[in-house]
Write a protein that binds this ligand. Sequence first.
Ligand code: MG
Ligand code: ZN
Length: 454
Amino acid sequence: MKFGKRLMIAVVLMLAVGGTAVGIAKVKKPKADPEDRSNWVRKQIVGGPARNVILFVGDGMDESAITAARNYWLGANGRFAMDRMKMSGSITTYAVNELMDSKAPFYVTDSAASGTAWATGRKTGLFRISTAPFTGEAMPTIAELAHKNGYRTGDVTTDSVTGATPAVQMAHVRLRNCESPADEGVCGDDAKINGGLGSIAEQAADSDLDLIMGGGRSDFEKTITAGPDQGKTVLDSARRQGFDVVTDAAGLASYQGRKRLLGLFNGGGMTHEWSGQPAVETGAASQRCETGQRPAEQPSLATMTRSSIRFLNQRSKGKKKGFFLQVEGADPDKGAHRADPCWMMGGVVALNEAVKVGLEFARKSPRTLLIVTADHGQSSQIIPFTGADKTAILTTNEGSQLVLGYATSRSGDQEHAGIPVPIKAMGPQAANLMGLNNQTDIFKVITRALGIRR
Ligand code: MG
Ligand code: ZN
C-alpha cells in the first residue's frame, strides 16, 4: 500500500511535470517573425569550395556613387539588385608610398595598385600592374593561378582591356600607361625590345586567358617591335596564339567558335551609357541625364557578362573545375573624374545590370561565389545645397533635387578619395568578406574558395 501510494504520487508528478512541459512549449514557442532575418542570414553563410567565382568591380564606385545613382534612378527607397546582397562589408584601399621611397601606406590608391592588391594578394606602389614595389618582381594573379589550377578564366571591362583594372589579371608592368608596343618610351625595361614581357596588350595576347572583352582595339593594331611576333600587329599575335577576335555586338552574339575569344568593341574605352552636363563652379542648373548613349554595335556590360558566363560555363561543363571571371564597369570612375554625374551614374546602373546576370547564374549554379566591390573612393559628394567648388544638380525620377559637389581638385580632373569601399558577396566563402577587410583579403577569399595551390 505504501509502495503503491508512492508510485501513484510519482506518476501524478510525472504527468504534472510532463503536462506542464508540454504546456510551456505550447505557450512559449515563438511565432515566426517575418521581420526577423536571422535564419535567412544563417542560410547565406556557406563554407567550402566554390566551382566558379565572378568578381564585379565598379571602378571608383564608392557609396556616394551608388547612392547618387540609387536616388536618381530608383529613388531614395529603391534598391539595386546589388543592394540586396546582404553579406556585405567594407574594404580599405591604400597603396604603398613607393614614389616617396617609403614602405609606409599612401592613403589614396589608383586603380593599378588597387587592382594589384586583390589580383595578387600583395600591396604595391601607384601605377604598378601586378609587380612588387621596389623590386618590380612579377606577382602571380588570380587569373593566372586559376588557369594553372584547371579553371577557365575571363576578364571583361567597359574600359580598354589594356586599362589598369583588367590588366592586373593578365599583365605585369611598372607603369600602367605601358599599354601597347607604341608606348615603348613609357614601358622602359618592360618593353620586349629591352627584354621585358612587353606592353599590356602584348601580354594579353601572350596570356592564358580564355576570354578577354572590352574596348582598346587601337592598342592591338600597333606593331610589335621585338620577339617571335616582331613586325606583326598585337591582334595578329593574339590570333596566332589561339584567340578568335570579334569587334561588335553582332559578332559576339553569333560567335560559335571553339577557340579562345578576344572581343574588342571600340578603339579606346567603350562609350558610356548616359551623358549630361558636368558640374560647374557657378550657375548649375537642374538637369536630367540622357540615357541610351552607347551605340548598338557595342555590347552592354550585361551582354558581355552573359556571353562570358555562357562561354566559360560551357567550356568547363563536365569538368571538376569551373571558372574565374572578373567584370569591370569603368564609368563610375571615368564620369567622376570629369565631375560628370550622368556619366558616373549610368555606369553604376550598367554594372548593376551585369550583377543581375551574375545573380541569375548563381541561382542555377549555387556553388558560385559572387563578389561586387569597387577599387577606390571617388570625388562625388551628395550635398544639401550648391556651394562646393563645383556643383551639379539633377532632378531625380522621384522628382527631388539631387545636388552633387566636386571639390577634390582645383585643376583638371577630380581625384580619387581614400575612404573604404563597399563589398557585397554571395555564395561559398562570402561570409569571410563581412565587416572591414583589406583588399588583399579578396585575393585570399577567392583563392581559398577555388582551392588554388601556388
Ligand atoms: Mg578601371
Ligand atoms: Zn580613376
